[in-house]
Design a protein around this ligand. Structure first.
Ligand code: ZN
Length: 703
């Protein structure tokens, strides 16, 4: 495609470069708006052209044309957003906000094009490759779910429901935020913060300063405790004052509920959202909202999800009861005479954990310097998947990066040929880098977008973490959590980089269903439970001494501490979500609170409080994308644990067996990605459907 409208951009602009690895040093925030406007205008013109020719095009040609027009826009927009996440500035943020609405409008025009939909919907796929057939199928499915197939009154009603739902969601999250902010506990006596660690007291003092107590200090107070998790979590775990824990807990579970300020009550909004979702699903031809949600997930139907959650429930309920009895015994032995209530659990669970496993993150960190962790991770990847990872700094032409901490790596196959690459930006930089960790696509594998002289464009990933930076001349010493996160993101990266598919919508993580996308990432975390692998790289950064078996054992045991209780909690959310969206309509006879109480009572060792209005704070369902999909967390965990158990069964210490199973994993889960339905991909790898046993076993919950 020719660049027609980039007059505002200088010849040497990053945005007029050939759209390969970005020449980051040339990035200028002020060029984002003109570059995006040019890219949008080009894409819109190209789309007019494609729409006019589409009726005579074959599905394959149409997909290629769409990729050709979307890719330059995606490259430009992806680069701006990537830099906004890792090296933000006011100018860049403003530029993105300025063009965002036009981008949204353009992509909804694409997604809702009746012309495109008709071509794909009517395509004869009898001779198509599986990847092509699947790309077409996904496109039709997405368009259907956005109402493209509707006409007349049905379409109007669908659009009206969408608008209303968007408003209700926004209202839900604003109300939740207001209700969360409305409650605070201001503490002035040292006895009221007894037991709290310095970090929590510093946070509470900081919050007090923000609320007008300018002289507040961590040592002398006053301390202000709120209902946001950073504030609430530590208080329930550490505060010795039981009455204050109770006060905070009751406020937390009642927030945005009908027991308090009516202006801050989400319950009517929840009822309206449920009714509208049900109606929307029916307009689209589904029995209920759960059926609509599951239509674009790996889980085939409500029954299958219920079956899986039910199996996990059967195993975790007795474990949770045992864990509770243990906790009661421990509390009693430590001098606590009463029955444990909800606001006691966090506190005593923390004390029991410290008593049992007595190690801290600080004890582990010297064994996990970043360079050692990386070489361990790369060795695992090589052993399992037959690919090697090489720092570009060691060989080959330099690659530009956005910050001196960032490194670029080449991934090579067994013949030594480069097949992919990734950037790693490991350290936290709070001033200009977003928190959390993620994998993002820099370039996707594609034959349509192959550079001149090549058959294919190689995939490149961004792996972003936020771990402890090096201090005082020491390397970055990682916590267990940070090591796990790095392995996790590498799992996503491997699915992007080792894809064998060249059709953009289904290459790499493209087209992978919501409840299957965490399979490779959580799978990679599992390698950390293999002691020999761990011992091979966990070495003291000063002495080179390997981590002791005893410490590894404690870490691995601690990772399944109170697993039954944690499972039950997630299962209760998943089951409540499903029950709400599978045909339920709130009525005077059976309201949302009846349903919540039924599900919660079945999943809790303690009887829930009468004023527990948990649903009013359940943003995942009513202000996020998890409606009738909360089960995805556990679903993907089952898949990843079961996938890893194939390696365990073959023998983790047997090189030949690991290579063989690894090759199969590479060819199926990593290689096929979204080009084949995920249930089928899983069967191709595992030879059968997923089984919950491995996840239960890894968590000490198997019968
Ligand atoms: Zn993930």
């Amino acid at each position: 495609m020719t660049n027609t409208n980039q007059n505002d951009l200088p010849q040497d602009s990053i945005f007029t470069s050939p759209r390969g690895l970005p020449p980051f040093s040339g990035f200028k925030a002020e060029e984002v708006v003109p570059a995006m406007q040019a890219a949008l205008a080009d894409a819109a013109r190209a789309f007019d052209d494609v729409e006019s020719k589409a009726p005579t095009m074959k599905a394959e040609q149409l997909l290629a044309s769409l990729e050709r027009l979307e890719d330059p826009l995606g490259w430009t927009w992806g680069l701006a957003n990537h830099l906004n996440s890792v090296r933000t500035s006011d100018a860049l943020r403003e530029a993105i906000e300025a063009v965002q609405p036009e981008v949204v409008t353009f992509f909804s025009r694409l997604g809702q094009s009746r012309v495109i939909y008709d071509v794909f919907d009517g395509a004869d796929l009898s001779a198509a490759s599986p990847a092509l057939a699947r790309a077409v199928e996904l496109s039709v499915r997405a368009a259907k779910h956005s109402g493209v197939g509707l006409d007349g009154a049905a379409k109007d009603r669908f659009n009206a429901i969408q608008q209303e739902l968007a408003q209700l969601s926004l209202g839900f999250s604003n109300t939740l935020l207001d209700a969360t902010r409305a409650f605070t506990l201001t503490l002035t006596e040292a006895s009221e913060v007894a037991g709290l660690p310095e970090s929590a007291r510093a946070l509470y003092a900081q919050q007090a300063r923000g609320a007008g107590h300018e002289a507040a200090t961590a040592e002398a107070g006053p301390w202000l405790v709120g209902l946001d998790y950073a504030s609430f979590g530590p208080f329930l775990e550490y505060a010795e004052r039981r009455d204050l824990r109770e006060k905070l807990y009751r406020a937390y579970v009642g927030r945005a509920g009908p027991g308090g300020d009516t202006a801050k009550d989400n319950s009517e909004r929840i009822r309206a959202i449920l009714r509208l979702r049900q109606e929307m699903a029916q307009v689209l031809g589904f029995a209920d909202y759960a059926a609509l949600s599951l239509d674009s997930k790996m889980a085939p139907n409500v029954g299958a999800v219920e079956g899986l959650l039910g199996d996990l429930f059967t195993s975790s309920k007795p474990a949770a009861q045992r864990e509770h009895a243990d906790l009661e015994a421990f509390a009693r032995a430590t001098g606590f005479g009463e029955a444990l209530r909800q606001w006691d659990i966090g506190y005593w669970a923390r004390r029991l954990r410290e008593d049992r496993y007595s190690y801290s993150d600080e004890d582990l960190r010297p064994y996990f310097p970043l360079p050692a962790v990386l070489s361990g991770l790369f060795a695992i990847i090589e052993r399992a998947f037959g690919v090697t990872v090489h720092a570009r700094a060691d060989a080959g032409p330099a690659v530009e990066v956005w910050h001196p901490d960032v490194s670029y790596y080449d991934v090579k196959d067994a013949t030594g040929a480069v097949i992919a690459g990734f950037y790693l930006d490991p350290y936290s930089r709070p001033a200009d880098k977003r928190g959390g960790a993620w994998m993002n696509e820099c370039l996707g594998r594609s034959s349509v977008m192959a550079p001149a002289g090549s058959a294919v464009r190689l995939p490149v990933a961004y792996l972003i973490c936020n771990q402890s930076p090096p201090v005082d001349g020491k390397p970055s010493l990682m916590t267990w959590n940070e090591v796990t996160t790095l392995f996790h993101e590498m799992g996503h990266g491997l699915q992007h980089m080792l894809t064998s598919i060249e059709l953009a919508p289904v290459a790499g993580i493209g087209g992978v269903e919501w409840d299957a996308v965490e399979l490779p990432s959580q799978f990679m975390e599992n390698w950390l439970r293999h002691k020999p692998a761990l011992k091979s790289f966990a070495r003291h950064y000063k002495t080179g001494e390997a981590i002791s078996d005893e410490l590894i054992d404690r870490v691995l045991e601690a990772s399944t501490y109170r697993a039954g209780s944690a499972f039950l909690r997630q299962l209760s959310f998943g089951r409540l979500d499903l029950a709400l969206h599978a045909g339920f309509l709130p009525s005077a006879e059976r309201d949302i609170w009846d349903l919540q109480r039924e599900v919660m009572a079945a999943h809790n060792v303690l009887t829930p409080l009468a004023e527990d209005y948990f649903l009013c704070g359940f943003g995942h369902l009513f202000a996020g994308g998890y409606a009738a999909g909360y089960f995805s967390y556990k679903w993907a965990e089952v898949l990843s644990a079961d996938a890893f158990s194939a390696f365990e069964e073959a023998g983790l210490d047997d090189d030949a067996a690991v290579r063989e199973v690894g090759q199969r994993f590479r060819e199926t889960v990593l290689g096929l990605g979204g080009s084949v339905a995920p249930a089928e991909v899983f069967r191709l790898f595992r030879g059968r459907d997923p089984d919950v046993q491995a996840l239960l076993k890894h968590n000490g919950l198997a019968g």
